[in-house]
Design a protein around this ligand. Sequence first.
Ligand code: IVH
Length: 677
Amino acid sequence: MIFAGMDKATAARRIAQLSEELERHNHLYYVEARPQISDQDFDLRMKELERLEAEFPELTSPNSPTKRVGGDLTKAFPTVVHRVPMLSLGNSYSREEVADFVHGIEKEHGRTRFTLELKYDGVAISLIYRNGELVQGITRGDGEKGEDITANVRTVRTIPLRLHGPVPEELEVRGEILMGRRAFERLNTQREQEGEELFANPRNTTAGTLKLQDPKVVAQRGLENFVYFLITDHLPTRSHYGNILQCARWGFRTPDPAKRFIAQADSVEGIMAFINHWDHARHELEFGTDGVVIKVDDLDLQEELGMRAKSPRWAIAYKYPAEQKFTRLNGVEFNVGRTGAITPVALLEPVELAGTVVKRASIHNADQIAKLDLHIGDLVRVEKGGEIIPKITAVDVERREPGALPVAYPALCPACGTPLVRDEGEAQHYCPNEHACPPQIVRRIEHFVSRKAMDIGGLGGETVEALFQAGLVHDVADLYDLRQEQLLALGKGWGERSTQLIIDGIAASKAIPFEQVLFALGIRHVGETVAKKIARAVGGIDRLAAMSVEELTGIGEVGTVIAQSIREFFGVEGNRRIVERLRAAGLNFALDPEKHAPRSEKLKGLSIVVSGVFETFTRDGIKESIEANGGKVSGSISRKTSFVVAGADMGPAKRAKADELGVKVIDENEFRRMLEG
Ligand code: IVH
């Protein structure tokens, strides 16, 4: 090690130097897009800092560049009151409304200058700096109070952890956190491969990401940010534009005037020129924008104009109408997913919309088809809002050709001919023929071999389909009976090397841990995270197969829908047989006892109910520690309940039930003492 025997003072100096350098290069790379060192050099410095911090933990700052890759799990996001409320903006949709806004101000105060910015379609954030150090990142919440998500905010590479140059002792900036289109598509491609539900749009994904408890996951999602508002007692200038430029000098990523992300104008014409420019140009941007924000630039005038109840009088948003166009509906395709769910997809005459050529649109379900009264050949209105996949929002009934056929929802599965079913209260139709419907089988196998599941390299969508077509694989267990000669016999494209890779990959998958095997089984609603939680809670498949819905809902993150789906899965004879064959093939159906030994048996035989939120535990954390100490978590209070661990806001109904049954209620401190004692 480079620093073997390094004394603390030298280490402190080196840590300070490395931190400064890493942050500078981070800024050069992410904010200014002009890197000066190679990725390897950056990584080398990061590794050195990590090692020093491991050696001298007391010298680690919460704003160390190492926190950019994610700190410890966040237990809770405490509520914080905004010192200045986070307002929203009044909206306008036309030149007339913009003119009313401008003229209303001019009438009273004369001609004035406006700063024009894009309206970023992300999630608002408040960032608080003390002595130039980031101390808090808070969500907008209800505008009065938000949630402290500092650990997650630190992972956003364009947010400076330390500011450059002399800065006011206390300052707050506000801005937007966003996810770029490329990062969003990368994430969805990955989710698709893993058989997980796709995210609808970058904004929702950003909001969801910022609420994740694991900053390491947040760090991988590639979030970005723009700053558009400065609050401090010592403002550098009395111009909003001037202050934004100063924010850039301090190290924030602000809208770039050279790219015309920010501009100034003092007339309706000037404002409309900016609006019209971005009406088209915004579709080429990496991040979503749904309008333009027009702000009075002079802060004295801003103060004079003041506020309405929820929005300032000195600013207004202009919102672009959602992009929409009419095009012809050529047909409807009914796709069958891994779980048998049928999704109707509209096949359209290609049309350009919001910068992309649209050929397909989602129609969700049968109700939607009926509501729109869709006919083949109809002129349909396609709309692209924040969503990436466009939707059909209307039909031009007037221009329907006589004799046009209504879109008929199939009664039978388009792939296997089995009558479709629709459960009460559900919008979606399903093909119940899970074991013989070809696309369901193929998709299930694809899911099974995917990276986060059994991770069988060499097998993918096409190869799985080919193996199925060749009659070699009908279910996931068949994979383990495959022999290389069978693959070689498939002919062209199945060479020595690639087939060996497949056979090796299948053999190696036998070492995949139980958590992943459980995910690979593809039980409906059991995603990667839930599978992990369940695996840790139950230890092995036999216990899981025997658990009641009631017991299952006692596991953190398992609700009734998931619990019922698990029951259903094990209720099917065919599924149980596959599990047995996989077990015989040597797959892991229990946790590795070395890695997951219970921490104690202190709660052995106890059935414990958890209710409310806690200060020092997350809900899942408390459930995990019950299970790790031999206890069982149960979803509802009954006579069998040993005790309830209650957080501050345990519901009155639950408390009454506990009292009625004479079940003891303890708080988290007492629970902790129980584990320690
Ligand atoms: S200024 C008091 N500028 O729009 C004015 N907001 O509807 C505070 N937004 O919650 C907002 N881009 O999340 C401002 N350039 C921009 C913006 C912007 C997006 C969002 C922001 C706010 C919402 C208000």
